[in-house]
Design a protein. Structure first.
Ligand code: FEO
Length: 389
């Protein structure tokens, strides 16, 4: 339970949740961390709290540096309960602390918890609070990703506490990007981005350009999940690519199947795409984690989605997946709807409708009665090749 000094007198004092496998239906196959940071200055400052059942773990780390009852400020960058549910127990210990947060965070905190007696000071983007030799500057992050969100910049250390932004869901002993491996850290961040931030691409682009044009110097980014970025340029560059939906020559084929007919079509489409040299990913909706599927879709150029028709409509697992995908609002893709049917092909029509709602540029949907013939499989192959081209 050791704290980790990430800059002079700035410590990581968070908690590691090795066993959690679910983050509102996002598979966290390697667990996750709740990062909290302690700044030792004239005013002792805690940046973010941890999930409620991990307060003890975080306090053990804080105690190795200072008595937690001496904390003067608790900055709440974001009130989602993976961070804020530890606030009530933290405030019982840090009795004299003042909470610094946005107005919306204050409203939310007092809705989630009994905030009576808590000293809550509202700050807004651009405000500064001196904590001794150092200065906290607050950055408005409204809707990135909740209305209350903000980030905190420690001016003298050029250190950005970005909360969820630039975070990753991975539990590890490593605290820094380089220790985990830069490429691996980026790949975990991509999974997080795709499943949590993809729908906010427009706001992310705007915020990145605002930060870049403000001339804010950032030497280190300390998010509220996962490893800390000693190479902030690398992850900001990756965010910019994802927010612009930059895509490689990749085709993602996603399907579910009742009697293997839609599966055969999916494989033929994948073969066709591969024959044109595309990178191909094939996913079975009931077998593969949706978190992985949407991560591959994020930077794919084309997506084919297949469903059999059941009860005159979509196969329920496909309907669920499409609901998830629609909410994530992927952009700039080509699309293909396909599937087999018995007496009507409504499932394919419903997929087509959703692809159009997402503004995908679509090919003519492929509907096959019962089992695909050789000719129909050839047609699927050609559609895959066309998607790849
Ligand atoms: Fe890590 Fe939006 O909570």
């Amino acid at each position: 339970m050791k704290p980790v000094e990430i800059k002079d007198n700035v410590f990581w004092v968070g908690a590691i949740d090795w066993n959690e496998r679910d983050f509102h239906n996002f598979l966290t196959r390697r667990g996750l961390t709740y990062n909290s940071y302690l700044i030792m200055d004239e005013k002792i400052t805690l940046i973010d709290t941890v999930k409620h059942k991990f307060v003890k773990e975080s306090m053990e780390r804080i105690k190795k540096v200072v008595d937690p009852s001496e904390i003067d400020y608790v900055v709440v960058n974001h009130i989602e309960p993976d961070h804020s549910s530890g606030l009530p127990d933290t405030m019982k210990i840090a009795k004299n602390a003042t909470i610094l947060c946005s107005q919306r965070a204050k409203d939310g905190i007092c809705k989630y918890y009994d905030c009576e007696g808590w000293d809550i000071r509202v700050v807004k983007g651009g405000d500064e609070v001196k904590i001794g030799k150092r200065t906290l500057t607050f950055i408005d992050m409204t809707m990135l990703h909740w209305p209350d969100s903000m980030a905190t910049y420690l001016k003298e250390d050029k250190l950005l506490f970005s909360n969820d932004a630039f975070g990753q869901h991975i539990a590890s002993e490593e605290r820094f990007d380089e220790e985990l491996g830069l490429e691996e850290a980026i790949s975990w961040t991509k999974l997080y981005y795709a499943n949590i931030l993809m729908p906010l691409a427009g706001l992310i682009k705007k915020k990145l350009s605002e930060i870049q044009s403000s001339g804010l110097e950032i030497e280190m980014i300390a998010p509220s999940h996962g490893v800390i970025w000693k190479n902030p340029g690398r992850i900001v560059e990756a965010y910019s690519k994802w927010a612009n939906f930059e895509s490689g020559n990749k085709v993602v084929v996603v399907f579910d199947t009742m009697w293997h007919s839609t599966e055969k079509l999916a494989e033929a489409i994948a073969d066709g795409a591969g024959s044109e040299g595309a990178e191909v990913r094939l996913f079975h909706i009931r077998k593969d984690p949706w978190a992985d599927i949407v991560t591959e879709i994020l930077d794919a150029k084309a997506v084919a989605i297949g469903s059999p028709t059941i009860h005159n409509g979509l196969f329920p697992p496909v309907a669920g997946f499409l609901t998830y995908l629609k909410g994530l609002k992927p952009q700039n893709k080509k699309g293909l709807a396909f599937g087999s049917y018995g007496w009507n092909g409504n499932a394919v029509k419903e997929i087509q409708k959703i692809l159009e709602e997402l503004k995908f540029e679509t090919l003519e949907p492929l509907m096959v009665k019962f089992r695909p013939t050789e000719e129909e499989l050839q047609k699927a192959f050609e559609l895959g090749a066309e998607l790849a081209r």
